[in-house]
Design a protein around this ligand. Structure first.
Ligand code: UFG
Length: 322
């Protein structure tokens, strides 16, 4: 297959590009390198540029003959989305609409969209399945939900088929050690804990110990980046085989608290992790755990690295790379 990966130089996109290359796909990465890294694109063709640049998009599509598009080029920080909503609506919604319209103009009809648990808002029950109401509580989540709704309308009107994959907490790194998480600044728990373990950071701050959870810290469902990428590949195949547009929650169904992540990292690395107590971070639900039964049933998704220690071990291999 011939696939365009928008945002293919970022954390999730770069792992996806590597996987597609291994699967024998022809891959083109479009990335403006605002957050991604050129050297993370391990195969295929690379085009540096922005989704906002319609002339460039038209040029890339005219040359590409793509079977499908995967879109990883969104801004992802919840807190920043509250401070700077315009930036989020412009990139995550307006630029995505432009990408979809260029796809339509070039007759490309299959789209895999990176959505998020943040579209659900404050959980009404756990684990969260696809029937859970979607009531996002921040602009980031709203941008993702808007695109999900646009995609439903575009399917009905234009026959553009899509799969929305709602990630819970992506973590871990390429088991072969070639790729990993390199956000600048880093805000995610697993890499921050490992930076505290390696000495790159003085400590990790625990954002609140007064949640209604067994140890008082927030619970999240960590999913290995390789398992996440596999779900994208299955989603592309689902559409290629004539499957209907759909949306799936992606997580392992196991919740781990911030303290459990720190404890597991301590065991995996054999290092001490200095911990500082901090206040709650605005907008953090106490517990986010996925019910991914539908992804297993419909896509045949089978996570390989569901174990938190393995996820952390792979991220540690990346953190300690030479
Ligand atoms: N945390 C800390 N200290 C830190 C960083 C995080 O205690 O220094 C805690 C957070 O409060 C949260 C947990 O660790 O309870 C996980 O936080 P992350 O920032 O790693 O992940 P989130 O659950 O906030 O974010 C994830 C994705 C986001 C997405 C969000 C939607 O990484 O991109 O889910 O719910 F927007």
């Amino acid at each position: 297959m011939n696939i365009l990966v928008v945002g293919g130089a970022g954390y999730i996109g770069s792992h996806m590009v590597k996987r597609l290359g291994q699967l024998g796909c022809k891959v083109t990465t479009l990335d403006n390198l605002s957050a991604g890294h050129r050297d993370a694109v391990l195969c295929g063709e690379f085009v540096q540029g922005d989704m906002a640049d319609k002339a460039l998009l038209n040029q890339v599509f005219a040359q590409g003959q793509f079977d499908a598009v995967m879109h990883f080029a969104s801004f992802i920080q919840v807190g920043e989305s509250v401070q700077e909503p315009a930036k989020y609506y412009a990139n995550n919604v307006v630029n995505t609409l432009q990408l979809l319209d260029v796809m339509r103009a070039h007759g490309v009809k299959q789209f895999i969209f990176s959505s998020t648990a943040a579209t659900f808002g404050e959980p009404q029950y756990a684990p969260i399945d696809e029937a859970h109401p979607q009531q996002p509580i921040n602009p980031y989540g709203r941008t993702k939900l808007m695109v999900e709704q646009v995609l439903a309308d575009y399917d009905k009107a234009y026959g553009l088929k899509s799969v929305c994959l709602r990630y819970f907490n992506a973590a871990g790194a390429d088991p072969e050690g070639q790729l990993g998480e390199r956000h600048e600044p880093e805000t995610h728990l697993v890499p921050l804990v490992l930076q505290a373990a390696s000495g790159r950071r003085a400590h990790i701050s625990v954002f609140g110990r007064d949640y209604d959870t067994p140890d008082g810290t927030c619970i999240r469902d960590y999913i290995h980046i390789v398992d996440l990428c596999e779900a994208h590949w299955l989603a592309v195949q689902h559409l290629a085989q004539g499957g209907a547009s759909d949306a799936f929650n992606l997580g392992n169904g196991n919740g781990f608290s911030v303290q459990e992540v720190i404890d597991t990292a301590t065991q995996v690395t054999g290092r001490t992790v200095a911990v500082q107590e901090g206040p709650r971070r605005a907008g953090d639900p106490a517990r986010l755990v996925a019910d991914a039964t539908r992804a297993r049933k419909v896509l045949g998704w089978q996570p390989q690295y569901a174990d938190l220690a393995t996820i952390i071990a792979h991220a540690w291999q990346w953190e300690t790379r030479k």
